[in-house]
Write a protein that binds this ligand. Structure first.
Ligand code: BG6
Length: 524
C-alpha cells in the first residue's frame, strides 16, 4: 500500500485513519509463537482426518513457529519414525494444501511419540521429560497445548495425570512466561448436570481462560461471515427483527449414515451430537445483538445473552420431532437402516434426526420461531440458515398473478455451496404483471480467489495464538444443555423415534411440526 495516506477526512468530517499505518496489518495472519501440541488419541479418526492434516496445512502456510513440535500420545507401541509414518499417511490423504517435501521434512523434525495408557503414571513422566527436552532442543519455551481427542470418560484420568506431573501449570521457574492450554472436543457432557461436572473437573486443573472447547462450526468461514453480514453492513440490520422476520430455519442435513460410528453415536443421538453445539451456536450468531467490540469477551457475552433468552416452545410432542433412518436409496445405492448398521443395538432408540422449535425472548425476536433440524441420511448434505420474511402487507396485483410468489428469504449457505442467496419476487417478462420468486446469489467460489481454510486449521492456530473468540465458554455450553435437557427428558419418557426412509427429508412429524402454524420446511 505504498502511497496510501496515513489519515484523511471522511465525508461526514470525522477523521479516517488508515489501518495499514496503525501498526500491524491485520490482514496478514499471525504466526504462532514457540510451542508444541500434544495430541491424546492421536491414532483416532479425528486426529487422522482433521488434526494432523490441519497441522501440516498450517506449516505449509508458514503459520507455525520454526521449532514447532507435535507430540503423539497413544497406547500403541511405536517409534518416533513410525509415528511420522502415521502423520504422513494422514497428511497425504486429507491435507487441503499440496504436499511439499521441504515443509514436511522440517515439520517432521519436531515429531515425538510417547507410548502409554492413560492410567500409566510413568508414561506421563516420560511425556513431561519429552516436553522439557523439546524446550531445550527446539525452543518450545515451555508453551504446550494438550489436545484431548479422546472419549469423555477418559478426561478425568488424563486431566489428573497432567496435573500430577505438573504439566498443567506453567514452569515459572524457567523465568519466562510459558503457557499451558487444554483443547477439548465435544460432547461436553450429555446433559446439564454432567456438563457442570465436566466443567468443574476441567477448571480444577486448567483455569477457564486456558480451556479451548472446539465447536468446529465456529471455525468455518461461512459461520464467521454471519457476523460480517450482520455487523459490517447497513442493509440487513433494520429488517433483522420480529417486525419483518416471520421465522428462521436452521438446517444441518447430512447424507452419510452411521456405519462405523456406533461406539460414539448409539445413545447420544442427533440432538446431543449437533443441536446442543453447532446449531445453537448458529442460532446465537444469527440472533445476537451487535457486540460493542470484537474483543472475545464481548462476543461471548452477546452469545450468552441470546442463549439465556432462548426458550423451547411447548407442547413438546408437537413442537419437536425425532426420527431414525430406515433402509432406502441414497446416491443410487441401497443403504441399510440404523438398526442394521454394524454395532448398533437392534432395539436402539437413538435418534438420527432431531428438530426443535425455539423462541428468543427479547424485544428483537419476540414471537419469531427459530426452527432447528438436523439429520443423517437425508436428501443431501447441506447446512444453511434461512431467515424467512413476512409477506408484504398488501399486494396491488391480481391474486392470480402472484400465485407463485413465496416469502422473501435471506439464506446463508454454510456448506457445501458456500454463499448467500436472497429470494424475492420479480416480474415475469411478458405483457401481464405476473410476479414470481427469483434468487440472487453471492458465491464464495466466484467472489474470492482464496480458498477457505479448513475449520480445524483456523481453530488450532487460534489455540496456539491464545485467541479465544471462536471457542464457546462453559456458560454457553451449560446454557445450551439447559435448553435441550427438557426435550431429551421428554423423548426418553415417550416411545421411540419415528422411522424415515434413507434419502428423504426426515420423519412426517417434522413436517407436522411446522404445519401446525401453517409453515413449511424449505427444500434446500
Ligand atoms: C460433528 C458430528 O460434530 O459434525 C458429526 O459429531 C457430523 O456427526 C459432523 O457428521 C459434521 O461436520 P461437517 O463439518 O461435515 O458439517
Amino acid at each position: 500500500m505504498a502511497g496510501a495516506p496515513e489519515s484523511t477526512q471522511t465525508a461526514s468530517g470525522t477523521p479516517w485513519r488508515n489501518p495499514l499505518r496503525d501498526g500491524r496489518d491485520k490482514r496478514i495472519p499471525r504466526i504462532a509463537g514457540p510451542c508444541s501440541m500434544v495430541i491424546f488419541g492421536v491414532t483416532g479418526d479425528l486426529s487422522r482426518r482433521k488434526l494432523m492434516p490441519a497441522i501440516y496445512d498450517l506449516a505449509n502456510r508458514g503459520l507455525l513457529p520454526p521449532g514447532f513440535a507435535l507430540v503423539g500420545f497413544a497406547r500403541r507401541e511405536m517409534s518416533d519414525q513410525d509415528f511420522g509414518e502415521i502423520v504422513h499417511e494422514a497428511v497425504r490423504e486429507h491435507a487441503r494444501t499440496p504436499f511439499r517435501q521441504e515443509v514436511w521434512d522440517h515439520l517432521a523434525e519436531g515429531f515425538r511419540f510417547v507410548q502409554g495408557t492413560f492410567e500409566d503414571g510413568d508414561a506421563f513422566g516420560r511425556l513431561a521429560e519429552t516436553l522439557s527436552r523439546l524446550d531445550d532442543e527446539r525452543g518450545t519455551g515451555g508453551n504446550h497445548a494438550f489436545y484431548l481427542s479422546i472419549p469423555p470418560n477418559a478426561f478425568p484420568v488424563v486431566l489428573d495425570q497432567l496435573h500430577r506431573h505438573q504439566l498443567t501449570s506453567s514452569a515459572a521457574a524457567l523465568g519466562r512466561a510459558p503457557w499451558r492450554r487444554v483443547v477439548i472436543e465435544k460432547p461436553f457432557g450429555h446433559d446439564l448436570d454432567s456438563a457442570r461436572e465436566l466443567n468443574a473437573l476441567v477448571n480444577r486443573v486448567f483455569p477457564e481462560e486456558t480451556v479451548f472447547r472446539i465447536d468446529h462450526y465456529l471455525g468455518k468461514e461461512t459461520v464467521q461471515n454471519i457476523l460480517a453480514l450482520r455487523f459490517a453492513n447497513q442493509l440487513f440490520d433494520p429488517i433483522w427483527n420480529a417486525n419483518y422476520v416471520d421465522h428462521v430455519q436452521i438446517t444441518m442435513a447430512e447424507d452419510i449414515g452411521l456405519g462405523g460410528r456406533a461406539g460414539y453415536y448409539d445413545g447420544i443421538g442427533a440432538a446431543r451430537d449437533v443441536i446442543q453445539n453447532h446449531l445453537l451456536q448458529l442460532l446465537a450468531l444469527t440472533a445476537m445483538e451487535e457486540p460493542i467490540s470484537f474483543e472475545p469477551r464481548q462476543l461471548q457475552n452477546e452469545k450468552i445473552k441470546v442463549l439465556s433468552a432462548t426458550k423451547l416452545v411447548e407442547p413438546l410432542d408437537e413442537t419437536t420431532a425425532r426420527g431414525q433412518y430406515a433402509a432406502g436409496w441414497q446416491g443410487g445405492q441401497e443403504v441399510v437402516g440404523l438398526l442394521d448398521e454394524e454395532g448398533f443395538d437392534p432395539q436402539s432408540r437413538t435418534e438420527t434426526y432431531a428438530a426443535l422449535t425455539l423462541e428468543v425472548d427479547t424485544r428483537r425476536w419476540a414471537g419469531v420461531p427459530f426452527y432447528l433440524r438436523t439429520g443423517k441420511r437425508l436428501g443431501r448434505r447441506v447446512t444453511e440458515i434461512a431467515v424467512v420474511f413476512k409477506r408484504a402487507p398488501h399486494l396491488p396485483f391480481d391474486q392470480t398473478m402472484t400465485a407463485d410468489l413465496g416469502e422473501n428469504a435471506l439464506v446463508i449457505r454454510v456448506q457445501p455451496d458456500e454463499g448467500i442467496t436472497m429470494r424475492f419476487g420479480s416480474k415475469v417478462p411478458g405483457s401481464s404483471m405476473e410476479v414470481r420468486d427469483v434468487n440472487m446469489d453471492f458465491s464464495y467460489g466466484e467472489a474470492f480467489t482464496e480458498s477457505s481454510p479448513e475449520a480445524y486449521e483456523r481453530l488450532i492456530l487460534d489455540v496456539l495464538l491464545g485467541e479465544p473468540s471462536l471457542f464457546p465458554v462453559n456458560a454457553e455450553v451449560e446454557l445450551s444443555w439447559r435448553i435441550l435437557d427438557p426435550v431429551l427428558a421428554h423423548w426418553a419418557a415417550d416411545g421411540k423415534p419415528e422411522q424415515y426412509e434413507a434419502g428423504t427429508w426426515g420423519p412426517d412429524s417434522a413436517d407436522a411440526m411446522l404445519a401446525r402454524t401453517g409453515r413449511e420446511w424449505r427444500r434446500p
